[in-house]
Write a protein that binds this ligand. Structure first.
Ligand code: SAH
Length: 351
């Protein structure tokens, strides 16, 4: 059985062509699946009965299988999704006053072994398929009652207005499936999200950053975490392959074609490791000629991490050092930590 959630718009059109069907049929089905959240061909009322019957024989629309659904005190909601063979990944919805953000996973586990990340500690099992990646948005839309109604125009309002690829895994290490899912997020007949509101976060896979800029430029966040190669080699081992000078050059190239005119640098603050005044000054020097914003993430603890979160005072001071140099710097609010939904706490189940 072919899972139609595995196709982006172009892929679905090709597949319909092979069936001898017109491109507009593919568009109809795409809309039913993604816009209206339908997984039953029988409900696709404007699709010819004979085609519905044919589709039922050879294809399915199979979303993820939720095995847990938790809501935190602050409204953050987390789903654990079964992806087979004992593996499971997590998806988090973060409601805010003026937007709703869905944080989705791209791999079962992660191979990059960043020292402070609980996903990294679990090792890597496999890449998620396109269906499993876009399926997280498909599923969350349905669960949040956010699917559109057929016959009602698109008001532009979105319960899920933003998507960040900041869950489990390194998105750019699963390039093709991530790109197909990104295209669906932006596609008018699917989710119609603004490319400024879809963010890929990477630990710094330089060649894939260059490809993304060509294939589907979306907002980019880079997990920086250290101002020097010596320290970054230790915290983010992929740095040994793509050191800071290469990474900074890739950021500059990305900006030539990016939907936003800045890169977001994520910086997890680890007490006594990367949170000194000298670190802040070195960061400013490193990023001097890159239009950027900083997003500081006070370390979220997990068992046996070996790291501590800096005091609120230290975090404020570090922020101020950057802000004083005119670099816009926010501190990421911890959301959903009572259900282990905060950054770096997504663990899922990795076999
Ligand atoms: N692999 C990608 C996507 C994961 S994003 C990347 O590295 O960017 C998850 C973000 O949370 C990253 O910035 C990551 O460095 C950060 N993070 C990981 N563990 C954390 C922890 N324990 N506390 C706070 N942030 C953490």
């Amino acid at each position: 059985m072919i899972n139609l959630l595995d196709f982006d718009a172009a892929g679905l059109a090709d597949w319909f062509a092979q069936l001898g069907e017109k491109p507009f049929r593919a568009r109809q089905v795409l809309r039913w699946m993604h816009r209206f959240g339908i997984d039953d061909f029988e409900q696709m009322t404007d699709v010819a009965k004979s085609l519905r019957a044919k589709l039922k024989e050879v294809a399915e629309i199979r979303g993820p299988v939720p095995v847990r659904d938790n809501t935190a005190a602050d409204g953050t909601r987390k789903w654990l999704l079964d992806v087979g063979n004992g593996n499971a990944v997590e998806t988090v919805f973060i409601p805010e006053a003026n937007r709703g953000t869905l944080c989705i996973s791209t791999q079962v586990g992660c191979a990059l072994e960043c020292s402070f990340c609980s996903t990294g500690r679990q090792g890597f099992n496999r890449n998620l398929t396109t269906a499993e990646i876009i399926g997280q948005l498909w599923h969350a839309n349905r669960m949040l009652g956010a699917v559109k109604q057929p016959g009602v125009g698109d008001s532009g309002e979105r319960v899920i207005s933003n998507v960040v690829l900041m869950g489990m895994g390194e998105p750019l290490a699963n390039y093709d499936n991530v790109v197909a899912a990104l295209k669906l997020m932006l596609e008018d007949n699917a989710y119609g999200l603004s490319r400024r509101r879809v963010t890929v976060s990477t630990a710094g896979m330089v060649p894939a950053m260059d490809r993304l800029r060509q294939d589907v430029p979306v907002a980019l966040a880079v997990s920086l975490h250290a101002p020097t190669d010596a320290l970054r080699d230790e915290l983010v081992p992929i740095n040994k392959k793509y050191p800071l000078a290469d990474l900074m050059a890739a950021c500059r190239r990305y900006l030539e074609n990016a939907p936003r005119d800045f890169i977001t640098f994520e910086y997890v603050l680890l007490a006594g490791v990367n949170d000194s005044d000298a670190d802040a000054r070195a960061l400013l020097a490193l990023t001097r000629d890159i239009p950027c914003k900083f997003n500081l993430i006070p370390f979220n603890p997990f068992p046996d991490s070996g790291y501590r979160k800096p005091s609120a005072e230290r975090v404020r001071h570090f922020q101020e050092l950057l802000t004083r140099a005119d670099v816009v710097t926010t501190v990421r609010k911890t959301r959903g930590d009572d259900i282990d939904a905060a950054c770096g706490q997504l663990a899922g189940r990795v076999r």
